[in-house]
Design a binder for this molecule. Structure first.
Ligand SMILES: NC(=O)C1=CN([C@@H]2O[C@H](COP(=O)(O)OP(=O)(O)OC[C@H]3O[C@@H](n4cnc5c(N)ncnc54)[C@H](OP(=O)(O)O)[C@@H]3O)[C@@H](O)[C@H]2O)[C@@H](O)CC1
Ligand SMILES: Nc1ncnc2c1ncn2[C@@H]1O[C@H](COP(=O)(O)OP(=O)(O)O)[C@@H](O)[C@H]1O
Ligand SMILES: [K+]
Length: 475
């Protein structure tokens, strides 16, 4: 499990540790880790550190201090290091002295053709969009030169991944003590590139966000045993599809068949299309351990969805099923509920513009889970899963899905996801676990189909799910 912590939590742990260590020790640990990553990158690209040209963008706080101390370490190994301050009057004094002593120099602008740019403008002390002096320096980063961000790319919000105005886009981010949520959630995650965590010895409490990894997912997968039969493995019911959208039913069933339930039951007007593709499907209503309600239902079917929600059985609500959901009805439920909106559907449920959901994904997922008392899987470039307060007691970290590819932004891939997650619900996973495991497998399957980069069809994602299962279960 990869865990991420808020700025407030990191600061508290930092204070606690600093009180026990000699002054400046933490910054030295951070600078040593940063310099090591920079040296590795320079060595891979040009064979050695000696003679490399390194430009440091240096802000007024400790983030700039880290950059200056790391620059001093690189200068001692023979790199030509130039520090470009955001404000020459406000520079970390100790860091500047160390850089100077090592032979580094100060300049007013980024020199021509550096081999590496180090972004030490702002770290966890950054607030709001970059101010003009910082934005001007960020704008001087030459195209094609690798950028290493110190702690986080300047201009992204450490707690949320939100970006207000210009921000640095890094190839590598060297972060200290703990991942911050903004490094895992887009648009911040995309700006961070590959993230290296440098352990500086912080003792941390419960995380704000977490990302499952293969071993975590493998532990949650429902795997049949000698005593299993198809009913014990769970039956998932699919209420999906319409005369207009029969394909949504087929795709949801495709996802469900590959999700680990023992049987898939389809209820709706697209039975013929479903059976033609998947003769394994049971047709018509009957006893199930979870329902998936919504993909391709079209308009005017809210009554059918409400009927399912009135039953004491886990329900996943997606797509058309999300229209006009009654928060009171959902909050009164005791069985797990999982909502799987994309940004547009989430915006409608919250009554806010779509852009505000896209810019503030973490807050939106949390607000939905809180308002509807349900687990929420918010789809998109970073899929998030927030636990429902009523269902699970709340206060749990938001799950950030680390798999996936933008090739998954294709019609019908969400239908496959909802079938898959519903199947996991029927197999006995909680709403949040079913959502997180489904997003993980779906993202892996999407990557397997996209390969080095090629368009992906939704039914191919469903077909690649067994390979994703095997990948996850291979130690
Ligand atoms: N935590 C740890 O364990 C460790 C932390 N360490 C390091 O310390 C870093 C945090 O340092 P920090 O607290 O000095 O803040 P930092 O990010 O340098 O920025 C503050 C300055 O930026 C300014 N400023 C703010 N917003 C701005 C904007 N939008 N545009 C322009 N300017 C803006 C703000 O100005 P002011 O608002 O005061 O006018 C202030 O002067 C952390 O990220 C890590 O690198 C490691 O060394 C060791 C272990
Ligand atoms: N930019 C993106 N990067 C990665 N995944 C994406 C992106 N946009 C959408 N997705 C994923 O693609 C799927 C699309 O689902 P959805 O919007 O419901 O489409 P549909 O309704 O056509 O099935 C979701 O799993 C979502 O997370
Ligand atoms: K930075």
């Amino acid at each position: 499990m990869r865990t991420a912590y808020s700025v407030e939590t990191v600061r508290a742990a930092e204070r606690e540790l600093m009180a026990r260590l000699p002054e400046g020790a933490l910054m030295q640990r951070a600078a040593a880790g940063l310099a090591a990553v920079c040296a590795g990158l320079l060595t891979r690209r040009r064979g050695r550190v000696y003679g490399a040209r390194v430009a440091l963008l240096v802000g007024p706080g400790d983030n700039g201090g880290d950059a200056l101390y790391a620059g001093a370490r690189l200068a001692r190994r023979g790199a030509g290091v130039t520090a470009v301050p955001m404000d020459p009057e406000r520079l970390h004094a100790g860091g500047l002295a160390a850089l100077r002593a090592a032979g580094g120099r100060l300049a007013q602008a980024v020199p021509d053709r550096p081999d590496l740019v180090v972004d030490g403008l702002l770290g966890i002390g950054g607030r709001g969009g970059l101010r003009p002096a910082a934005a001007a320096l960020a704008g001087q980063i030459p195209q094609g030169v690798p950028v290493v961000a110190v702690d986080l790319p300047s201009g992204i919000d450490a707690d949320t991944g939100e970006v207000a105005g210009p921000a640095v886009t890094a190839d590598v981010t060297v972060t200290f003590g703990a991942y911050k949520p903004g490094l895992l959630i887009d648009p911040g995650a995309s700006a961070a590139g590959a993230v290296h965590l440098v352990d500086i010895g912080l003792q941390l409490p419960a995380p704000e966000a977490e990302a499952l990894q293969h071993a975590d997912v493998a532990r949650l997968l429902p795997v049949p045993t000698a005593s299993s039969d198809k009913y014990r493995r769970g039956v998932v019911g699919i209420l999906a599809g319409s005369a207009q959208y029969p394909g949504a039913a087929v795709l949801a069933v495709a996802g469900a068949l590959r999700g680990g339930a023992g049987a898939v039951r389809y209820a709706g007007p697209a039975a013929e299309a479903v059976l033609a593709r998947y003769p394994e499907t049971l047709i018509g209503r009957g006893r199930v351990q979870a329902w998936v309600a919504g993909p391709g239902l079209g308009e005017g079917r809210a009554g059918e969805v409400a009927e399912l929600l009135a039953q004491d059985v886990p329900v996943l609500v997606d797509a058309d099923g999300l229209r006009g959901l009654d928060a009171g009805l959902l909050r009164a439920r005791t069985a797990p509920t999982l909502l799987t909106p994309h940004a547009g559907e989430a915006a409608a449920l919250l009554g806010v513009p779509r852009e505000s959901v896209e810019a503030g994904r973490l807050a939106a997922a949390r607000a939905l889970a809180e308002r509807y008392g349900a687990a929420v899987l918010l789809k998109g470039s970073t899929t998030l899963v927030a636990s429902g307060r009523a269902a699970s007691g709340g206060g749990r970290p938001v799950r950030v899905n680390p798999t996936g590819t933008s090739w998954l932004a294709t019609a019908g891939s969400g239908d496959v996801l909802s079938g898959l997650a519903g199947s996991l619900l029927a197999a006995g996973l909680s709403g949040a676990d079913a959502g997180a495991v489904a997003a993980y497998l779906h993202g892996l399957a999407g990557r397997l189909v996209a390969g080095a980069g090629a368009p992906v069809l939704a039914h191919e994602v469903a077909e690649a799910l067994p390979a994703a299962w095997r990948d996850v279960r291979t130690p």
